[in-house]
Ligand binder design. Structure first.
Ligand SMILES: [Zn+2]
Length: 289
């Protein structure tokens, strides 16, 4: 007996070929081709909901000096990135979480557990640049899109984060880079990691930070993970001596390319303005903060 195809499954099959026509884009600076099918306003909505989940789990830090440090570095880097996101820089209190993320659309969070490895503004700028680069290069959208192909239901019309099962919600959190439960973490791909390193390094150099500190930071990361159960950041970020070496090799070329743009947004680079879209998607909730 033939079972009728579930409606949302069918909808997905009809949607995918239509979307695929316009879904291939090129990542600025690296030129890598990527596949993104999720509409930007849906990514904004998912990010807002993921953010609410994150806040249920970990409170915002009450340390004004450390919070100010995250904001200071975040604003300085955001000022030179050629996208108009609704930026927000948060420090979350969780000494056991060695992690940071930037949700699509610009909500950034550092957990207090990563600060000892960052050590200073340049170290924070390294992680900040890297996480912002993931958002800038639409890695979240790319991962949700890939997942949607596998789990066809996600692309059905009217998809909403809150209506998903807890498992799917956790998977989405993870795809956005915001999950802290190691059991469900899905690593960014090697290509995405390497791309975030490269673009993040460019952003920190442009913002006037010391790129040699990026090499030092990844060396500290590698040292901390040696012989121990790797914390979140390591399981999602394959830290290694190779990685520090890769960054070291990029410094002369990118420093040269960014000369003359220090402290400013480059002219003539692709600009994606989603700030207005995001404000609309979240119904003015950003204004409250
Ligand atoms: Zn990463």
């Amino acid at each position: 007996m033939k079972q009728p195809m579930p409606a949302r499954f069918l909808a997905a099959f009809l949607l995918i070929p239509a979307l695929a026509i316009t879904a291939c884009s090129t990542v600025p600076y690296t030129g890598r081709k990527q596949f993104t099918i999720m509409p930007e306003d849906q990514m904004q909505q998912m990010s807002l909901e993921a953010w609410q989940e994150v806040q249920k789990e970990h409170p915002v830090s009450k340390d004004p000096a450390k919070t100010a440090m995250i904001e200071r570095v975040g604003k300085r880097i955001a000022a030179v990135v050629e996208v108009d996101y609704a930026w927000e820089f948060n420090l979350l209190q969780a000494d056991d979480v060695v992690n940071a993320f930037c949700l699509p659309g610009g909500k950034v969070a550092f957990y207090t557990g990563i600060l000892p490895i960052c050590q200073n503004d340049d170290g924070i700028a390294t992680v900040m640049g890297h996480e912002i680069a993931h958002a800038f290069a639409h890695h979240g959208n790319e991962r949700v899109s890939q997942n949607a192909i596998v789990q066809a239901g996600l692309t059905g019309a009217g998809f909403a984060f809150k209506n998903q099962s807890p498992e799917t919600q956790q998977t989405l959190m993870s795809l956005l880079g915001a999950a802290t439960n190691v059991g469900v973490l899905l690593p960014f791909s090697r290509a995405q990691e390497s791309e975030a390193d490269e673009i993040g390094l460019r952003f920190m150099i442009r913002a006037g930070y010391n790129p040699n500190e990026a090499v030092a930071l990844w060396e500290r990361m590698a040292k901390q993970s040696a012989g121990k159960e790797p914390p979140v950041y390591f399981s999602t970020h394959p830290a290694s001596a190779d990685r520090a070496q890769h960054i070291r090799s990029l410094i002369p070329k990118i420093t040269e390319e960014e000369k003359g743009r220090i402290g400013q947004r480059p002219a003539g680079t692709p600009t994606k303005s989603i700030g207005e879209q995001q404000k609309k998607a979240i119904g003015g909730q950003a204004e409250k903060k």
